[in-house]
Design a protein around this ligand. Structure first.
Ligand SMILES: [Zn+2]
Length: 332
């Protein structure tokens, strides 16, 4: 027989022993998990400098907007294309043009996609896409500082930031022509450039190289708020949003999600993991959006270099994580 006091002491020692063992086991597991996971799926650490320069992108945007309205088939779009090709070549990237004719409600138009290539060390391609033309509005002056302009300047700066070679998959920067509808948005009156490009890749046998597609649209809004893409694979949403949080940009990458038709759709329809990075609330609220989107108000004063920087940093770092995820897929 033992005294009650001795019993309590032994119980306490036993409980402490079990708790200590449990703690040690948890520590060991945590360490093992950390060692296994971290190198595979690292998230960019906060305040990691990115080579993307939002101010430089904004200066390009001023040049682009200075060219005036740039609808498909216009001289201004020819001028912009020359500027884009010159800047991409200066950045050391290989550039080629994909020319085609598009049957639009206003007639057959010559269109040109511009593609710049960063050579990767691994097989496979990640596409970054945008549209570089502005919507056809013959009745008023539409310079598309945000819609068409912001992403074109952003893509040029991304080309400089990523450079001609990178560790990981090749990146193709695709500047699509003819994203906008001429009359009413429909399956046949929209996305002329991206649809033609996917068809071209299939015909040329290169489609199987494409592993993922990120499209950017309207990312220059001074009131930047990017919604999650409802239809994108969760792993793509997660990697981009995780980087935004890690970089301290969580307030610009919202919890809300939305589904939008844009140049990523032809890729997604063809089975490629694709996501649209878009701020479809141009201005401080919905009322301002109605006043700014596809109107003469889409001008430079509503677009901010800081917004281009935020999306630049996030996508720049996300490319590394997307590569890591694709590596894991390839191994399994
Ligand atoms: Zn538009």
């Amino acid at each position: 027989m033992m005294k009650a006091g001795e019993m309590t002491a032994i119980k306490a020692i036993l409980v402490m022993g079990v708790l200590t063992l449990l703690l040690l086991w948890l520590l060991a597991e945590g360490l093992r998990y950390g060692l296994e996971r971290r190198p595979k799926e690292s998230v960019a650490a906060s305040k990691t400098p990115s080579l993307f320069d939002g101010q430089r992108a904004y200066r390009d945007l001023e040049t682009i907007v200075g060219m005036g309205p740039r609808p498909s088939g216009s001289e201004a779009l020819d001028q912009l294309r020359e500027f884009v090709k010159t800047e991409l070549t200066k950045a050391g990237l290989n550039v080629w043009e994909h020319r085609f004719e598009a049957e639009t409600p206003i007639g057959v138009l010559p269109m040109v996609n511009v593609v710049a290539k960063t050579e990767g060390t691994k097989p496979g391609v990640i596409i970054l896409g945008n549209h570089y033309e502005t919507k056809h509005f013959p009745e008023f002056t539409f310079v598309g500082a945000n819609d068409g302009g912001s992403t074109t300047a952003w893509m040029l700066e991304m080309a400089r930031a990523v450079g001609p070679k990178r560790e990981g998959r090749s990146v193709w920067l695709c500047f699509f022509d003819g994203e906008e509808a001429f009359k009413e948005w429909s399956a046949t009156d929209s996305l002329y450039g991206s649809r033609a490009f996917v068809a071209h890749l299939k015909e040329s046998g290169r489609f199987s190289e494409i592993r993922a597609m990120i499209n950017v649209d309207m990312i220059g809004d001074c009131y930047l708020g990017i919604t999650r893409d409802t239809d994108a694979p969760e792993w793509l949403n997660q990697r981009i949003w995780r980087n935004a949080r890690a970089l301290g940009y969580g307030s610009h990458f919202l919890r809300a999600s939305r589904s939008i038709e844009d140049d990523h759709v032809p890729f997604r329809t063809a089975g490629i993991p694709a996501i649209d990075i878009i701020d479809f609330c141009y201005g401080a609220n919905r009322l301002e959006h109605e006043q700014n989107w596809h109107t003469a108000n889409d001008t430079l004063e509503r677009v901010c270099a800081e917004s281009l920087q935020v999306v630049g940093d996030v996508i720049y770092h996300s490319l590394t994580d997307i590569d890591a995820y694709l590596n894991k897929l390839a191994r399994n």
